[in-house]
Ligand binder design. Structure first.
Ligand code: CP
Ligand code: NVA
Length: 306
């Protein structure tokens, strides 16, 4: 089987992505019913390279490998030769000689692509400055579990045109739902990513208008990792873009709210939004585990029926 990477949602076909979502739900149900008895990865290893902080991504990948009977190696750029300038391609070749797959969280998406080009084992994007596709697997899984097929539904992105926003745009393309992206002027997503999605994705600047009759509303922090020094300016520029219970009231009565987390209460969301029953962020976070199990299984073993 040729090596497959997962650098963006566009690396898998729409049909493969739909398979992954259903497979993730099956894996989750199997874990609930039988416990962690499905162990297809005995003695297999996943290298996890982190150049940025993480709670959910690290714990979900590490737990996925442990429950599957394998092992995950946490590699911080601070402690590896990557942090001392060993070329990324050399690192990819060395890891390919030893481990079965590599997961990377880093800054530059081009750096990730360079790593994948040199790797002979599957490489998974665990967040770059431009994309966070693993989060979208969990997000679409959560939406599907709670509301059925997402095709032709309407999601609304409120906030920064960042890595999460780009992955929501790609998800709209691949899963064929409508997406309204609502950003302050100057914080729009990349024009090429937006344009490639065609008329499924529309750009707005007024949150009250954007959320009307939406099936799902989502947001993210105003300053992403690496933008910490812009925090004060962004707080001013994003004034009026906080997602509140009152804003959600303008969406459909059965609308859901997602947030990849970590959340900043009092900034991009109200102090109490995560306590609202429309917010399903804990289920969303938990689904990182199941969705990534389905992803690793697919990249290493191909399709598994049942
Ligand atoms: N949502 C997400 O990726 O969380 P972490 O940064 O904690 O991994
Ligand atoms: N946009 C955020 C997502 C964190 C999971 C960041 O890049 O920091």
């Amino acid at each position: 089987m040729a090596t497959r990477h997962f650098l963006t949602l566009l690396d898998l076909s729409p049909e493969e992505l739909r398979y992954l979502i259903q497979r993730a739900i099956t894996i989750k149900n199997g874990l609930k019913t039988h416990g962690p008895t499905y162990t297809p990865f005995a003695n297999r290893t996943l290298a996890m390279i982190f150049e940025k902080s993480s709670t959910r991504t690290r714990v979900s990948f590490e737990t996925a490998m442990a429950q599957f009977g394998g092992h995950a190696l946490f590699l911080s750029s601070r402690d590896t030769q990557l942090g001392r300038g060993e070329p990324i391609g050399d690192t990819a070749r060395v890891l390919s000689e030893m481990v079965d797959a590599v997961m990377i969280r880093t800054f530059s998406h081009e750096g990730l692509e360079a790593f994948a080009a040199a790797s002979t084992v599957p490489v998974i994007n665990a967040l770059t400055d431009d994309y966070h596709p693993c989060q979208l697997l969990a997000d679409v899984m959560t939406w599907t579990e709670l509301r059925g097929s997402v095709k032709d539904r309407t999601a609304v992105w409120i906030g920064d045109g960042n890595n999460m926003c780009h992955s929501w745009i790609n998800a709209a393309r691949q899963f064929d739902f409508r997406l309204r992206v609502c950003c302050p002027k100057g914080y729009e997503p990349r024009q090429d990513i937006l344009a490639a999605a065609g008329d499924r994705v529309t750009l707005l600047h007024d949150p009250a208008e954007a959320v009307v009759d939406a099936d799902l509303v989502t947001t993210d922090v105003w300053a992403s990792m690496g933008q910490e020094e812009e925090q004060a300016r962004r707080e001013a520029d994003f004034d009026g873009f906080q997602v509140t219970e009152a804003l959600l009231d303008r969406a459909r009565p059965d609308a859901l709210f997602l947030h990849c987390l970590p959340a900043h209460r009092g900034e991009e969301i109200s102090e109490t939004l995560l306590d609202d029953p429309r917010a399903v962020v804990w289920q969303e976070a938990g689904n990182r585990l199941h969705a990534q199990k389905a992803l690793i299984e697919f990249l290493l073993l191909g399709r598994v029926e049942g």
